[in-house]
Write a protein that binds this ligand. Structure first.
Ligand code: CAA
Length: 383
């Protein structure tokens, strides 16, 4: 597959890069220390069309393709991966799923404000006992007239405190196992819906993560996304695109690590010359660059397949698996290149390592991505 980026795609990337450098990067250290949600930045990103990038203009979105989304996500995450994940969840997991599978009523009422950045979304699949094993849903939704009554707990919900609208997976027909799972759109403030405490995280500290608690929470039947029993397929199909978003976030962290390392290597002197002249450093930089380019190619490939309406679940899993490992490896090498300076906040690379680790965990761990890839491979080859 060949990638000649179009002028439009490059323009979106440039716009994201300029905004990220001017508005996102400057406060990133402080937001990380204070674990502060970037409310104003998200509002501005909404005004610029970055919160509903792939949503059609008919529903308040920017109507960009997935390749443009990858490029923008990379630039934004390079400046601050916390902003990246907030964007990724809203774009890939919430807006995309609603546009694909939501009723006209849901699209008009919820997608329009989500895509324009007026409201923020969250995606609630994981539970205390259903992480990788996502079919093991304990949250229930029992039909009661024109409503469903939700009971249960969701865990690790990105945007959990700040979101207005939540896509919540729940069991509506337990004997049918994963074919009895349904997705509901639940509004913040619905009686019986509360959030737990904000998690104190290792990285992506500028984003908020918490549990959600449902106690006899009544949700209108018209808020079902797609149809009853399709909730697990909804989650899986949506997560395929989500994995492209997280791969792009990881690309941003890897690129930030690489650029910081090149800059530092050209300035720092040791043994009478800048360390960029030492082969030990050159080899590290070469490997970082190679892995970054390979990860970018995999991610753009998955995005291009999605844009071409071709199957992309395996490619998205490969992109996330490879890009997330690249982000962690590049951040580690960046610290090594920076020596002691890499271990303190001021030089940013320590945050890149803390931010990178989660990309190997959320939206399917690296082990789950290998499962997805292997299953696709065995099916393709008739094994
Ligand atoms: N794309 C589309 N469909 C998929 C799929 C994929 N990648 N993976 C599985 N499915 C479908 C299967 O085709 C099957 O559908 P049908 O029954 O209609 O045929 C159904 O899902 C069940 O699949 P399996 O029988 O293979 O079920 P399993 O239990 O053996 O495996 C799993 C399922 C792949 C492990 C799945 O549970 C999984 O992906 N787990 C990881 C969950 C995850 O990614 N969680 C992320 C939480 S969200 C998050 O992190 C967001 C955030 O806040 C940042």
């Amino acid at each position: 597959m060949q990638f000649e980026l179009t002028e439009d795609q490059l323009m979106v990337q440039q716009a994201a890069k300029e905004f990220a450098e001017k508005e996102i990067a400057p406060g990133s250290i402080e937001r990380d220390i204070k674990a502060e949600f970037p409310t104003d930045i998200i509002k501005k990103l909404g005004e610029l069309g970055f919160m509903g990038m792939m949503v059609s203009p008919e529903y308040g979105g920017a109507g960009y393709d997935t390749v443009s989304y990858v490029l923008a996500m990379m630039e934004i995450s390079k400046a601050d991966a916390s902003v990246g994940v907030i964007l990724s969840v809203n774009n890939s997991l919430v807006c995309w799923g609603l546009e694909q599978y939501g009723s006209e009523y849901l699209k008009k009422k919820y997608l329009v404000p989500l895509a324009s950045g007026e409201k923020l979304g969250a995606f609630a699949l994981s539970e205390p006992e259903a992480g990788s094993d996502a079919t093991n849903q304990h949250t229930t939704a029992e039909k009661d007239g024109d409503f469903y009554v939700l009971n249960g707990t969701k865990n690790w919900i990105t945007n959990g405190l700040s979101a207005d609208y939540f896509l919540v997976m729940a069991q509506t027909d337990r004997p049918k196992a994963h074919k009895g799972i349904t997705t509901f759109l639940v509004e913040k403030g619905t009686p019986g819906f509360e959030h737990g405490k904000k998690e104190d995280k290792l990285g992506i500290r500028g984003s908020d993560t918490c549990s959600l608690l449902f106690t006899n929470c009544r949700v209108p039947a018209e808020n079902i996304v797609w149809e009853e029993g399709k909730g697990f397929n909804f989650a899986m199909n949506t997560l395929n695109g989500g994995r492209i978003g997280i791969a792009s976030q990881a690309l941003g962290i890897a690129l930030a690590s690489l650029e910081a390392s090149v800059k530092y290597a050209k300035q720092r002197k040791a043994f009478g010359t800048v360390i960029a002249n030492h082969q030990a450093i050159q080899f590290k930089l070469a490997d970082m660059d190679m892995h970054f380019e390979a990860a970018k190619a995999l991610t753009l490939q998955a995005a291009a397949l999605k844009d071409a309406h071709k199957p992309y679940a395996k490619e998205a899993a490969m992109a996330k698996l490879y890009a997330s490992k690249t982000a962690v490896d590049c951040a580690l090498e960046a610290i090594q290149i920076h020596g002691g300076y890499g271990y303190v906040r001021e030089y940013l690379v320590e945050r890149y390592l803390r931010d990178s680790k989660i990309t190997e965990i959320y939206e399917g761990t690296s082990e789950i991505q290998r499962m997805v890839i292997a299953r696709a491979l065995l099916n393709e080859t008739g094994g």
